[in-house]
Ligand binder design. Structure first.
Ligand code: NAD
Ligand code: GLY
Length: 361
């Protein structure tokens, strides 16, 4: 087991990573809450609730309520689900001393985190990520949100958990496609901040996952500690969006659900690498072939699976929530492991990159 800290002064918290740790970690924390007469609520997804009956049975003995989302996956990040969750917390008499445990992937973490941020103007919450993507990305850093029909993550809050408990044993039941999608985010960390991590992914089969998850969390924790609310003019937390501007456009134009988030990000990483080369920022021409090979190794796409219209993709990019004052911030590379942000990217070059990624006119 290994622990690192996300340092945010009084709001600092531990990120505990290990195998087979969830029961003991929760027992310790929940016992402390119980002794302090703090009511506990749990939120999870139907898939998790079905797979981990033993865990939820033991939680049922301590928690005031276990809320299972009405649907699995992205659809659970809805305002309707949020209202149901708020009402369930109220009916279970969760008071201001209450603690919400979010046990699941990024969907449960984002929904549960936003419910915790808003219920009674904020109750404590603990993230127990169960997908690779949630372990290396969404459970760390305090971004919480639900979706609107108008777009993903449009309503949310920066609200840090009190702890993150990442038990790698959960990954044994994770479907292969979801694991691959998480690897998309892992590759992202190598590309944006750690060439050595990228090389490790090239040289090994990521069999030794704990140090890899830890490294990703370290990179994210350092970035978030320095720029919690993504307000830095250059670089900062926006670096974590490497590949995401392309990726979000793919998810929107292909229709949500056609690509897993991490798959769309993978194509986006390729787009960002190619764009960086085309604009002359990356002199080393081996970067994009290496990105392509690494994505393929971890069963991730580096091109669109089916052609999508360039104009629709460009329009979706222009409406990304990262647009401010009418311009879009791009995250580009200078080399493997070294990313930066810029707004100075010609629209025509971006369209050419979309064509390279398999988009059509
Ligand atoms: P997810 O939460 O939908 O989980 C994927 C599927 O796997 C679900 O059906 C879930 O029930 C199932 N599942 C989860 N853990 C499992 C396990 N251990 N065994 C078997 N099945 C399991 O998807 P995700 O990829 O974890 O998260 C995607 C969400 O995360 C998106 O909504 C995205 O916007 C959000 N996100 C948030 C941040 C952030 O910083 N807050 C960062 C990245 C992504
Ligand atoms: N996943 C991007 C961020 O947390 O800022």
């Amino acid at each position: 087991m290994t622990t690192l800290e996300l340092s945010l002064g009084a709001r600092s918290y531990p990120i505990v990573i290990g195998e087979g740790i969830v029961e003991s970690q929760l027992r310790e924390r929940l016992e402390a809450y119980r002794q302090a007469h703090r009511p506990i609520a749990v939120v999870t997804s139907p898939a998790l609730f079905g797979l981990y009956r033993g865990l939820f049975k033991s939680l049922d003995e301590i928690a005031s309520v276990i809320y299972v989302t009405s649907v699995d996956g992205e659809g659970a990040k809805s305002t309707a689900e949020l209202v149901n969750l708020w009402e369930t917390l109220a009916q279970a008499h969760i008071d201001r001393s209450g603690v919400l445990l979010a046990i699941g992937g990024g969907v449960v973490g984002d929904l549960g985190g936003f419910a915790a941020a808003t219920f009674l103007r904020g109750i404590d919450f603990v993230q127990v990520p169960t997908t690779l993507l949630a372990m290396v990305d969404s459970s760390v850093g305090g971004k919480t949100a639900v979706n609107l029909a108008e777009g993903k993550n449009l309503v949310g809050a920066f609200y840090q958990p009190k702890a993150v408990i990442a038990d790698l044993d959960f990954l044994k039941t994770l479907p292969a496609g979801e694991f691959a999608a998480g690897m998309g985010e892992v590759v992202k960390y190598g590309l944006l901040g750690d060439a050595r991590l990228f090389e490790t992914l090239e040289e090994t089969n990521a069999d030794s996952l704990a140090p890899i998850v830890r490294r990703c969390c370290e990179i994210k924790a350092a970035i978030v500690a320095a720029d919690e609310r993504e307000t830095a003019g250059d670089g900062g937390r926006a670096l974590l969006n490497l590949g995401h501007t392309f990726g979000h456009a793919i998810e929107k134009v292909a229709g949500y659900g056609s690509y897993l988030h991490g798959e769309a990000v993978a194509v986006g990483l390729m787009g960002a690498a190619r764009l960086s080369e085309q604009l002359g920022f990356v002199p080393d021409k081996s970067v994009s072939p290496r990105v392509e090979a690494l994505l393929a190794k971890y069963k991730l796409p580096s091109r669109l699976r089916k052609a999508l219209p360039v104009e629709a993709l460009a329009a979706a990019m222009a409406s990304d929530k990262k647009v401010s004052a009418g311009t879009l911030k791009f995250v580009l590379l200078r080399s493997l492991g070294n990313a930066f942000t810029t707004r100075d990217v010609p629209a025509e070059t971006v369209k050419n990159i979309w064509r390279e990624l398999g988009a059509c006119d």
